[in-house]
Design a protein around this ligand. Structure first.
Ligand code: GLV
Length: 326
């Protein structure tokens, strides 16, 4: 079968760097609306498809795979995280699943650091105070934040992105690095003198706690009331991984009662966050709309890998980045 005979559904417009290759090679339909396809549209558009290029906003489960049909060979997710896909179900059916790692590592670590420093130095509440007309003079006691130099960074999930943030904080700010991870990261231990500790030790010792783990049954709700209570009162919490890893009510309580100093979030649960969510009313919570990979190079790189994964899967070849190689 020629590649052009392969039917593909692309669930949103992605950068041309990848999209043009998919359109040239396949019989592809692209959902070009600004919002994701509603569930019933997704279920209808995948019927008869050999490949699916999905986003983290699309739930790809057994129902969807059933709707597509037995010819579905590859799911190429335009994201490094694949928690939106039922991997066990895809593997059981022999469907290969691809993701887009590496190309977004630096952009994500940069954003985690931006959130860390913005929350620590009260940058957003400072800007809000100007806009509200409250800047009357230079204040010796106003807008006091926390220092970064020589502090302790706690990384939860020392993979590529966790290590990239640790490199910035250790090299640039002389921070001591603690981490938790089911696996040892030997290069982080060697290069950054990172110490693997248990979560309790990390929470009690770190001045900055940054989350870089996958969302799974074991990490969902990991940052609950008990976790925030173990953190220091001057601590800053950063989450650029997935929203459900922290309990929003517990985080609100910790921030509102001064159990921790501040938080910086790129991810929320749900997304988008509701406009009346109490976290949005807190001056010590900086929130941005899941933009960690939103740079030109990262998004182009993601599009290229997503296209490579899709086209390889359609040809029955190994994917460039496969999360269930079989
Ligand atoms: C973004 O959150 C991603 O997983 O790529």
């Amino acid at each position: 079968m020629s590649q052009r005979a392969n039917r593909v559904f692309v669930t949103r417009e992605i950068p041309e760097a990848g999209l043009s290759r998919v359109l040239a090679a396949c019989d592809a339909v692209v959902w070009r609306e600004p919002l994701p396809p509603p569930r019933e549209v997704l279920l209808e558009r995948v019927v008869g498809c050999h490949g699916l290029l999905s986003l983290l906003t699309d739930r790809v489960d057994a129902e969807l795979m059933d709707a597509a049909g037995a010819q579905l060979r590859v799911i190429s997710n335009f994201a490094v995280g694949v928690n939106n896909i039922d991997l066990a179900e895809a593997s059981r059916r022999g469907i290969r699943v691809g993701n887009t790692p590496d190309v977004l590592t630096d952009a994500t670590a940069d954003l985690a650091f931006a959130l860390l420093i913005a929350a620590a130095r009260r940058i957003v509440s400072g800007q809000d105070s100007i806009r509200a007309g409250h800047w009357r003079t230079w204040e010796p006691l106003g807008h006091i934040g926390v220092d970064l130099i020589g502090k302790v960074l706690g990384i939860v999930g020392m993979g590529r992105i966790g290590a990239a943030l640790a490199r910035r904080c250790h090299g640039g700010w002389g921070m001591r690095v603690l981490y938790t991870d089911p696996n040892r990261n030997h290069s982080a231990e060697k290069e950054l003198a990172a110490e693997r500790v248990d979560l309790d030790t990390l929470l009690r010792s770190a001045d900055f706690v940054s989350v870089h783990t996958d969302l799974s049954d074991s990490t969902c709700g990991m940052f609950d009331r008990a976790a925030f209570r173990r953190m220091q009162r001057h601590a800053v919490f950063v989450n650029t991984a997935r929203g459900p890893i922290h309990d929003p009510a517990a985080l609100h309580e910790a921030l509102a009662t001064g159990q921790i100093f501040a938080a910086g979030l790129d991810v929320t649960d749900p997304e988008p966050i509701a406009l009346d969510d109490p976290l949005l009313g807190l001056p010590n919570c900086v929130i941005v709309p899941h933009i960690a990979s939103a740079t030109v190079a990262s998004r182009n790189g993601m599009a290229e890998i997503a296209a490579d994964n899709l086209l390889a899967g359609l040809r029955g070849l190994p994917l460039r980045c496969c999360v269930n190689p079989g």
